[in-house]
Design a protein. Structure first.
Length: 136
């Protein structure tokens, strides 16, 4: 069994809005958090920083301690097991520069973000993250 590990972020801005990216390689709207495959020589935070910069241009952020969301599933395209770890971060501004992997982005309220996701796992992780944001 092949296991692919990805790391990403649930990005929240100073207004309490969540960053969602719209994948370019999917038909219609497919919204997700910024994330990507971990390289062999990287730890989670190094992957987080690299993927965040590549996909959003974001370099400055505050890591919210004691939160890591996890989504594990079997990829329908490869048959591999994918494990995605999502860290919760706060950013000081709304500036985003997306990569060619995405065709757009939005800053969404919690309720709007819940309606954008195609998978329950993303909604569950976001709900857990929101509880953590409220406490900080």
């Amino acid at each position: 069994m092949v296991v692919e590990k990805s790391v990403g972020a649930i990005v929240v801005n100073s207004s309490g809005l969540y960053l969602l990216l719209n994948r370019a390689d999917k038909n219609g709207d497919f919204w997700e958090f910024p994330k990507g495959h971990q390289l062999e020589d990287e730890n989670d935070i190094e992957t987080l920083k690299r993927e965040l910069k590549e996909e959003t241009g974001i370099e400055k952020f505050e890591l919210i301690e004691n939160f890591v969301g996890k989504n594990e599933y079997v990829s329908s395209s490869t048959g591999n097991t994918r494990i995605i770890f999502l860290y919760l971060i706060k950013v000081p501004n709304d500036k985003v520069i997306i990569s060619q992997e995405h065709k757009g982005y939005i800053w969404a309220t919690f309720n709007d973000a819940l309606t954008k996701f195609n998978h329950d796992a993303w909604r569950e992780i976001l709900t857990s993250a929101k509880a953590k944001v409220v406490k900080t």
